[in-house]
Ligand binder design. Structure first.
Ligand code: HMG
Ligand code: MG
Length: 287
């Protein structure tokens, strides 16, 4: 992992966030091919799947099969999302390189997404941190609805700061702020970064932008100007959360890579190979 100021670190969340919202079952082999194509394209970090409850997210019921079917590429981190210890039990059998847990800055979204209050999400993942620490596994911590909630509307940046303060105590390797429904414009990113900048180094923060209003790239650019160097994006701009109505695709990985490279920043990613991977998964989704 490079900390150089001209290096942008991209996690492709397409296999997880990109596919979780697809109503038609995607064959496990197509998911495996997607992960392998992304690692071959040079993605340093891939959120490969989620060990959540299948009745909640049926599309990712094959998480174990996906993790056992991929070909591990040296230098690629394979991250998996888990909501609780049960998810971690399942994930551990699949030998991930990193685990991601998630809470939200709005109570209604936490309830709809995880059947838990914000406090209960912490109760559930505190032991996940303990066990991962003992196993030497880094943990990413998401804060969803960091800009706006699909049920409650605008979220005050101060609410996000309070969550970050609690998360930092648990020892995450990174904190990832999610604009779950793609509500942000660059001015909202400024307000968020102004608020959180006193609690977390902006160069260590991750932004997870959905592209609902077509402003995700402009938001990423504003964040880059402010010193953020870590982003989530999804191959082909896939994405959405089943519990966040009106949350379509993530920021497209290719768009972000092209933008970075055009502005003198480096990602280490072969954008043509990402485009090929995007076409392959799109053809499966459209078939
Ligand atoms: P629950 O129904 O409250 O679960 O679901 P529970 O703790 O009451 O347990 C009930 C049963 O589920 C038990 O089984 C558990 O073992 C089982 P039983 O005893 O009845 O046989 N169970 C599980 N089984 C498999 N895997 C597990 C698991 N946990 C419990 N991990 C739960 C609570 C959190 C599990 C559920 O609400 C859930 O799976 N939610 C997932 C929601 C989700 O995946 N959302 C999308 C990801 S978040 C997102 O997209 C936002 C993000 O992209 C950032 C952004 O955009 O902002 C990250
Ligand atoms: Mg998301």
């Amino acid at each position: 992992m490079s900390d150089a100021a001209d290096r942008v670190w991209i996690t492709d969340v397409g296999p997880r966030d990109g596919l979780q919202n697809e109503s038609t079952p995607v064959p496990t082999a197509a998911k495996i091919n997607l992960v392998d194509a992304l690692s071959a394209a040079g993605l340093p970090d891939i959120e490969a799947t989620a060990f959540v409850r299948a009745s909640w997210v049926p599309q990712l019921a094959d998480a174990s099969e996906v993790m056992h079917g991929i070909t591990r590429r040296q230098g690629t981190l394979y991250t998996v999302l888990v909501p609780n210890e049960r998810g971690l039990d399942r994930a551990m059998e699949a030998n991930p390189d990193k685990v991601a847990v998630f809470t939200a800055a709005s109570e209604t979204f936490a309830q709809r997404n995880t059947n838990a209050s914000i406090d209960e999400t912490f109760d559930r993942f505190a032991p996940v941190f303990e066990r991962c620490s003992a196993a030497g596994l880094p943990v990413r911590a998401y804060v969803s609805t960091a800009i706006a909630c699909p049920y409650e509307g605008a979220v005050a940046p101060g609410a996000v700061v309070r969550l970050i303060e609690r998360l930092v105590d648990l020892g995450p390797c990174e904190i990832d702020l999610g604009d779950t429904i793609g509500a942000a414009g660059p001015e909202d990113i400024d307000a968020l970064l102004d608020a959180v900048g006193g609690t977390v180094e902006l160069s260590e923060l991750v932004l997870h932008l959905h592209d609902t209003g077509g402003r995700a790239l402009a938001c990423a650019q504003r964040a880059i100007e402010r010193g953020v160097r870590r982003f989530d994006a999804a191959c082909g701009g896939l994405g959405g959360c089943p519990f966040a109505p009106g949350a379509p695709g993530n920021l497209s990985t290719s768009s972000l890579v092209r933008h970075c490279e055009a502005t003198g920043l480096h990602t280490g990613i072969d954008v043509d190979a990402v485009d090929t991977a995007a076409r392959a998964i799109r053809s499966v989704l459209n078939s």
